[in-house]
Design a protein around this ligand. Structure first.
Ligand code: PRP
Length: 225
């Protein structure tokens, strides 16, 4: 994901300033040395100190929502062959859990795109880094995303997929930021509408970290301030 804008607001940290400075020191120390702050300890132990775990949504809420949407999708696609297309890398966790929540057969493919480049905001200029292996002709495609932010990535992807002859194309995004939308994206299945805070976890990253957090969390501002 892109780096959050400096103007982003986030809630207060649960930890004191001393801990914040210690955590920040750990991050820079790790970046400079390439070694963990405390060799032998899990980096996840430090994640709880540098992310504000506000638990919106928590692992349990995500699981419940995935079950709910899986039931809807199962009913909507009855008698049809469903192809789930995950957008790498952020959608990995959603895809893994959502696919297992489906009680019916489905196939799975992946697309890797980049719309951020070296900038800090989505550019809307999308590059394909890995294309699908599947011919979409006649397929019922459900794109699986972790988050819709500006909407530019999915806007582009929909146009791209439309030219490939799919029988239908719908979107499932676990998270959506309505206030950040630059283009309208017709998303049939939405897990949670969230504020425009910079979120990490459950597949979402900041500088490639935090994807393995089990909850979605708001990144504490001192991490990028
Ligand atoms: C994130 C996310 C979406 C996209 C949404 O991917 O997974 O694909 O940004 O942003 P948008 O609505 O503003 O276009 P990112 O480019 O950060 O790559 P990643 O999935 O590998 O983290």
């Amino acid at each position: 994901a892109a780096e959050p804008a400096a103007s982003l607001t986030a809630g207060s940290t649960r930890y004191g300033k001393a801990v914040d400075m210690w955590s920040l020191g750990c991050i820079f120390g790790e970046m400079l040395s390439g070694k963990p702050c405390f060799p032998g300890t899990s980096t996840l132990n430090q994640l709880e100190k540098i992310c504000e775990i506000i638990g919106k949504p928590t692992e349990e809420q995500i699981r419940a929502k995935l079950d709910e949407i899986a039931a809807q999708v199962t009913a909507d696609y009855e008698g049809k062959e469903l192809l789930l297309v995950g957008v790498l890398k952020g959608a990995v966790m959603v895809m893994a859990d959502f696919a297992r929540a489906l009680p019916t057969h489905m196939t799975m493919d992946w697309m890797a795109v980049s719309s951020y480049g070296t900038g800090t905001r989505s550019s809307g200029v999308v590059q394909i880094r890995k294309d699908l292996d599947t011919d979409l002709h006649g397929k019922h495609v459900l794109i699986v995303e972790d988050i819709i932010d500006s909407g530019l990535t999915l806007h582009w992807l929909l146009a791209n997929f439309a030219s490939r002859g799919a029988a239908s194309i719908e979107i499932f995004s676990l998270l959506r930021k309505p206030d950040a939308a630059k283009v309208e994206v017709p998303c049939k299945y939405v897990g949670f509408d969230i504020p425009s805070d910079f979120v990490v976890g459950y597949g979402l990253d900041y500088a490639e970290r935090y994807r393995n957090l089990r909850d979605v969390a708001v990144l504490a501002p001192h991490v990028y301030a």
